[in-house]
Write a protein that binds this ligand. Structure first.
Ligand code: PLP
Length: 385
């Protein structure tokens, strides 16, 4: 990939959003037919929306600027009565990272269900928490799930659970929305067509700007009626884009060119995870058996004095000894690895389309070097939990 400055080579594993558009995307962006999409006249957007609807087995789809807007629109359409309630996992993107937009802009009460490590929650818990017709209660209207689940480490939701939840929602008059920002990663991992994964869902969002390398854009899919309402909401939220084919063109290429390659990032994630596990350092652990897709979570031992943030700072520095040892590029540069932390003890490395085998190798050398150094410098009593 990766950005290089005068003295360092940067391997950016912060997110699968850091990718640049491919050559084919740039070509399509310059050469695609355009029109005013608010009038429904952009042929490239129309083509993208039909393609997404077919891919997801839904009647219709809508191109929107971001995953956050796609999720917000879904909540606002499903919860269109004042006093509505939407359920989401406590680790979901909708709850944790969207500024409470559902409440802020939609007037919707977001209620959380305890996520389990696999990204699911107890359907029995949802059942208990559903409101009735008592006049003190809000109106339970929808449930949101996330596939793959980001904070749970890119996990693919067990399909039996999604199917059971879908039945439950239908039986109880609830809409089921899937935040499928990384749905195509779930399809690649499970070998199941995306349309099958989302069959029980009334609406689904996907992002072209995550692992798929497009510069911008998401889509929302559902029934004709749902998308008609969603189109109105998108306009109200300022998401009605005019000659949006410029960016939709890249999204079409993302589906054709990059989606079939997602499994390469999954393989590289596995190489990284197994290497870290193979170091057998008491300070750092990875759940390799729970690794499904492109996100590797490294846990810093709870009783170690070390914090995830300090690990990130160290990965972003190059010391002299590194450039004389394994942690250097063929040009004798040092290597910086960028990552993010989810909390004080969890580091996230995300593999993506712009990371090739050489980048991975350099990142691994650097991570091994830094992890060994920090493990030695931060001794702790493993038994003292
Ligand atoms: C699971 C998930 N949903 C939604 C979003 C929001 O997407 P956007 O950044 O396009 O608003 C993200 C962003 O990283 C995400 O990881």
């Amino acid at each position: 990939m990766s950005n290089s400055n005068n003295t360092t080579y940067i391997v950016d594993l912060r997110s699968d959003t850091v990718t640049k558009p491919t050559k084919a995307m740039k070509h399509a962006m310059v050469n695609s037919a355009l029109g005013d999409d608010v009038y429904g006249e952009d042929p490239t957007v129309n083509a993208l929306e039909s393609k997404v609807a077919t891919l997801l087995g839904k009647q219709a789809a809508l191109f929107v600027p971001s995953g956050t807007m796609a999720n917000l629109i879904a909540v606002m359409v499903h919860c269109n009565k004042r006093g509505s309630e939407a359920f989401a996992g406590h680790l979901s993107h909708i709850y944790k990272y969207e500024q409470g937009g559902a409440s802020h802009l939609g007037g919707v009460l977001l209620s959380t269900l305890q996520n389990k490590p696999d990204g699911t929650f107890e359907i029995a818990e949802l059942k208990k928490r559903l409101r009735g017709s008592d006049l003190h209660d809000p109106i339970s209207s929808m449930v949101a799930i996330e596939n793959t689940h980001n904070v749970c480490g890119g996990k693919v939701l067990p399909q039996d659970w999604v199917d059971e939840l879908g039945e439950f929602c239908t039986d109880h008059g609830l809409a089921l929305h899937m935040d499928g920002a990384r749905l195509l990663d779930a399809a690649a991992y499970s070998g199941c067509p995306a349309a099958r994964l989302v069959r029980p869902c009334h609406s689904v969002s996907i992002c072209f700007s995550k692992g798929l390398s497009a510069p911008v854009g998401s889509a929302l899919a559902g029934s004709y009626h749902f998308i008609e309402q969603a189109r109105r909401m998108r306009k109200m939220l300022g998401g009605g884009m005019r000659q949006a084919g410029v960016v939709a063109a890249a999204a079409v290429v993302a589906l054709d060119e990059v989606a079939p390659q997602l499994h390469y990032s999954h393989k590289r994630a596995r190489v990284l995870a197994t290497t870290i596990q193979g170091l057998f350092l008491p300070t750092f652990s990875v759940d390799v058996s729970g690794l499904h897709t492109n996100i590797v979570l490294v846990r810093v031992a709870a009783n170690s004095p070390l914090l995830a943030e300090v690990v990130l700072q160290r990965l972003a520095q190059v010391c002299l000894a590194e450039t004389q040892g394994d942690c250097k590029t063929p040009n004798d540069e040092g290597v910086i690895v960028k990552a993010v932390c989810f909390d004080s003890k969890t580091i996230r490395f995300t593999l993506h389309h712009d990371i090739n085998d050489e980048d991975l190798w350099l990142a691994i050398m650097k991570i091994i070097y830094v992890f060994k150094e920090l493990d030695a410098a931060n001794p702790f009593n493993i038994n003292n939990k």
